[in-house]
Design a protein around this ligand. Structure first.
Ligand SMILES: [Zn+2]
Length: 317
């Protein structure tokens, strides 16, 4: 199913389980599209006491698999909570919020950037120490990839910034995971700070996350690393949000990126390399299912971490 229709049928099916908010409406030749913020019902109103897990997908319009993984995970949580009181309890402690498609015009046009040609993960007003030429962000032309824009935040970026800031105002901490695909043969969990080779803020908490993942799920599939070990980029929105939050002394904010290594999908069906989508999305349905299943453990783990956020992040929470 086309991925924007997947979102529609998900929100219809689970309309009683979700609070839906429109963050922004963006337009292109194909029409107008809402950027939605979905929140799972189940949490009590005393939200300030709680940690929030924010799931984001569809930042790059070709990376459809992230949207599918996100929806698959939310429906797993909702369905499990129907019969499992432990999960219900967890969802009353952790707040689960999702932006299933930040870049709907890119998705409908089958391109990484927005319809205006802007690469959202290069769009923030923030400079790297030594960005990789071109891939690290360019200001020459929106026709070329990795275009940073003209200096202003794109409406999609503004939508993310205002959503994160309002979650930070109403939570005792926020863990965010941004779902991407297409880079490398392994699944990577990246800590932020792609602007520098230095360690990101809250490094001790990132190490605690990695250790807990390693100890609790010794067979997990992830390479946990700093994004800047792969490449440095200008204009990363998560770095920007992190800096802003530090400047105003906000609560703990821990953004992560899941980069699903897609080169294995290509190894199994190399002819998909001829399709633009094939580089970023496993095309065979059984492979899509396998990818969704593969990441349930990590996402479940992050829900547990948020449900126990106060103890887990003792130092700062
Ligand atoms: Zn991406």
């Amino acid at each position: 199913m086309f991925v924007l229709n997947e979102i529609k049928s998900f929100t219809n099916q689970y309309r009683d389980n979700l609070i839906r908010n429109r963050l922004e409406t963006v337009s292109c030749e194909e029409g107008h599209f809402d950027i939605q913020l979905l929140e799972l019902k189940g949490a009590e109103p005393a939200q300030k006491e709680r940690f929030t897990l924010l799931l984001v997908a569809g930042v790059h319009g070709l990376e459809w698999i992230g949207v599918t993984v996100l929806l698959h995970f939310l429906s797993h949580l909702i369905e499990t909570s129907r019969w499992n009181s432990g999960v219900r309890q967890m969802l009353s402690t952790a707040r689960i919020v999702a932006i299933p498609a930040l870049n709907p015009t890119g998705i409908i046009q089958g391109r990484r950037a927005t319809a205006q040609g802007i690469d959202l993960m290069r769009n923030a007003p923030i400079k790297a120490e030594s960005p990789v030429p071109f891939l690290g962000g360019q200001t020459f032309s929106p026709v070329l990839p990795y275009y940073r824009g003209t200096g202003d935040l794109a409406p999609e970026s503004r939508a993310l910034v205002s959503a994160v800031n309002s979650l930070l105002e109403t939570s005792s901490g926020v863990v965010a995971i941004d779902l991407h695909s297409g880079f490398g043969a392994r699944d990577r969990v990246w800590t932020p700070w792609s602007m520098s080779s230095a360690r990101p803020p809250h490094w001790e908490h990132y190490m605690a996350l990695e250790n807990a993942l390693n100890e609790s799920f010794p067979d997990h599939v992830y390479t946990f690393e700093k994004q800047s070990e792969s490449y440095q980029t200008d204009g990363d929105l998560w770095d920007y949000l992190l800096v802003e939050n530090l400047n105003r002394n906000g609560p703990l904010f821990m953004p992560l990126t899941l980069e699903m290594g897609s080169w294995n999908w290509l190894k199994k069906a190399p002819w998909h390399a001829f399709s633009k989508l094939g580089w970023f999305h496993p095309i065979a349905p059984h492979r899509v299912q396998r990818v969704c299943r593969r990441h349930l453990t990590l996402l479940d783990f992050l829900v547990s971490v948020c449900a126990n956020g106060k103890d887990f992040f003792k130092k700062e929470a």
